[in-house]
Design a protein around this ligand. Sequence first.
Ligand SMILES: Nc1ncnc2c1ncn2[C@@H]1O[C@H](COP(=O)(O)OP(=O)(O)OP(=O)(O)O)[C@@H](O)[C@H]1O
Ligand SMILES: [Zn+2]
Length: 728
Amino acid sequence: MSFVEVAIKVPLHRTFDYRIPEQLDALSVMPKVGARVWVPFGNQRKVAVVLALKTNTDVPVNKLKAVLEVIDDEAVLSERHIELLRFTARYYCYPLGETIHIALPGALRQGLCPDKSSISMVALTEKGAKLPSLKAKSQLSLLKQLADSGKSSLTELKALGFSKKTIDSLLNKELISQTIEHDNQWQQQLPTVGTKPTLNKEQAVACTTINQAVGFNSFLLEGVTGSGKTEVYLQCLEEVLKRGEQALVLVPEIGLTPQTVNRFRRRFPDTPIMLWHSALSDNERLQTWRFCEKASCAIVIGTRSSIFLPFLKLGMLIVDEEHDGSFKQQDTLRYHARDLAAYRAFQHKIPLILGSATPALETLHKAIHNKYQLLSLTQRAQTSTDNKFQLIDMKGQPDQAGIAHASLATMRQHLKRGKQVMVFLNRRGFSPTLICHECGWLSECTRCSTSATFHKAIGQMICHHCGEQERVPHQCPDCGSTQIFPNGKGTEQIEEFLTTEFPDTPISRIDRDSTRRKGSLEKALDDINQGGARILVGTQMLAKGHHFADVSLVLILDVDGGLYSCDFRATEHLAQLVTQVAGRAGRSGEPGHVLLQTHFPEHPLLQDLVNNGYQDFARFALQERDDAQLPPITNMAIVRAEGHNIKQVVDFLTDLVPVQGLTGIQLLGPIPAPLERIAGKYRFQLHIQALERPLLHQYLAQMVDYLSTSKLAQKVRWSLDVDPIDMI
Ligand SMILES: Nc1ncnc2c1ncn2[C@@H]1O[C@H](COP(=O)(O)OP(=O)(O)OP(=O)(O)O)[C@@H](O)[C@H]1O
Ligand SMILES: [Zn+2]
């Protein structure tokens, strides 16, 4: 008799054995390892993935059920891919069946097997390339997009907000044409390479070092903002493509702008490049998955979860802006795509490039200890001058809407010279709270231990943690006074103030509220690049990766929150954000000017950052982490628990503390989470730290075992976060 060991999507840390039905066994038609099968589970039918074929099992014969049906002739997961998912499950202490489920595209999870082996691409015709004047604005902007990208897939155009109607009208007018791509010809030909700049010395050293590397090698490309990191990626990719190998470029959620993608497309016009992000439909996901596994696409530019794509011939992995928090999944399987990228590069024996102007301390620590090879780009590619930083002491400064008069005067100078000015505030809405002038009441979310943000334009109070919305009160709920006012500033208020202060200057606001509609972010960015908007107001959406040639002044309104926070990573995140935002200034031509408003100009962090830059700050911060024995010097995991009953939450965590007290493990807790209540639930944490990683994992493995039998665990919602990136 033959058996299979399978993984099933259930919240259990184990696999299951099934019998191969006699008729298949007799014909010796065994499912392949990595293929999907239907199996009975309880009184349900579930999709399972075969992990191994066996000739014996420990399960008693009377308990053993038979596989119902074999879904795939060929494996959907290669053995190497299964190994990656096993590693992921083990490392993040998450059930293997659920890990596999998360990695697979929707259609494969459901047991379907549609064929998705072709893709529709759209390009300009000769007639369209002349960019004829058209009345319909959307048609014209579609032509421009294609002129910029060379070609785009239907999927991408839809993601950019172009409707089917717009596309169809242009097809009818024969201004654009549609082709179906489904070959892997690209592997046999040398790639066509668009025009490219000559690398400067540092870039050339970086490229040569990476290209000469044999086998698994990790590189940290630490390059100041605008130093031409992307150019290094592109020229390294050229070599990968010449070898007929594939590459994955991981970008932060906000990094998939048409500008970035078009740059890759223009450089490699004949090379199949696909995108992967959260807005793809199930069908589109499956399509990219299939293209990857057949090596029909050469490059994928994708967000976090593209790390699970099944590349047939992976030749290089790149993580751009590797410090970005969006690479870490913050629920269910809490993986970090950058760290899994390191495992994958090791598996495939290929180079991994981690690029950033502001490397995470984790990454820098590895580079300093020679686990990663450090490559530095210290010069900006298009200017020879550095940005000029200036701290504006807000103590005793006259201000309007939180903008110092000195800052307003500088803004005026830059606008007068025809430059663009960026005003950065990492808080959306009109004001973070309302306050009662008579009794001091502050607007709070009724379900969370946090304030409710005033959104003036839509007349709502919104909790940014649980999403609860309420009408704006006209009277103080406590004392009945009508004297209630906005307290503190958000981007909406800054925009309103600047509109009255600079009535003739076009202003563009970019934050989650202003870019909710599909394609609206792209339109706003386009407008900025065409020079339409002169003042840009925004949150961190503006900070990352954009190349605005005309911005010469960046004004950062409020950095003080990050200086005194209970999260030990707050200063690191603040320094990264400030450096990234500042890096939007002075990217071509004259040096940029950066103003930082603060009440603590003498704070050592700000002084270090402004005078010596992120590189210096980061090395100093690592020393501090060493002194305090915090990550990345030590290894950490957090157990979070929440529930309506505070005692059950605390009891659950207290119960975990004595688990097999291993020496070398430090436990802290249960302690209340920084946000003690969200959506009505109490939240507590247990911090686990160890100097040695294997010891931490040994402890966690025991704890997971214990949790599977713990009655208390069933009464609360809990999660385990290995290598957490924040404490919330
Ligand atoms: N060697 C070079 N010669 C001339 N221009 C270059 C060179 N390398 C890059 N550039 C140009 O300089 C600008 C910045 O380069 P790039 O976008 O690659 O930098 P980056 O380090 O990725 O930027 P950031 O991380 O700040 O977004 C781009 O317009 C790019 O085309
Ligand atoms: Zn809330």
